[in-house]
Design a protein around this ligand. Structure first.
Ligand SMILES: [Zn+2]
Length: 139
């Protein structure tokens, strides 16, 4: 009885993982061939930037990914230093998420880490929007 219930759950979890990995691979492939610095490129818009004209904590992340994929570290630093510095942690959290989903375990980010990241992102947003801040996303 347990195997009859577990098999569809495992199949469903694997579909979620396959979908997430396929989405990530498709996104990376798109950023390999399309340059987000080009204003004619089809890219998602930032709702925070649209409404407030401020750079949100994630603004410049697609340009950052494009620059990292093409080995341009200097441009990547200007695109989004916060995401660049936290990317190892974000990759770790994503791999932890995938392992937990695959094992059928609940996925939780430790509360202090979640609050710490949220606070750091808000501080990053405040700092990056100060006039005179030198690291602006490259156009
Ligand atoms: Zn944004």
């Amino acid at each position: 009885m347990t195997e009859r219930v577990a098999a569809p759950l495992l199949l469903g979890r694997n579909r979620v993982l396959i979908g997430e990995v396929a989405g990530a691979v498709a996104g990376i492939a798109y950023l390999m061939v399309v340059d987000p610095h080009d204003p004619r490129a089809q890219m998602p818009f930032c709702p925070v930037k649209l409404v407030t004209s401020l750079d949100c904590p994630a603004c410049g992340s697609l340009r950052l990914a494009h620059d990292v994929l093409h080995g341009d570290a200097r441009a990547a630093v200007h695109d989004n230093l916060f995401v660049l510095l936290t990317s190892p942690l974000l990759v770790y959290l994503l791999s932890r998420h995938w392992r937990a989903v695959r094992a059928g375990q609940p996925v939780r980010v430790p509360r202090p880490l979640a609050y710490g990241l949220f606070g750091a992102a808000l501080a990053w947003m405040a700092v990056r929007n100060l006039s005179g801040w030198p690291l602006k996303p490259s156009a």
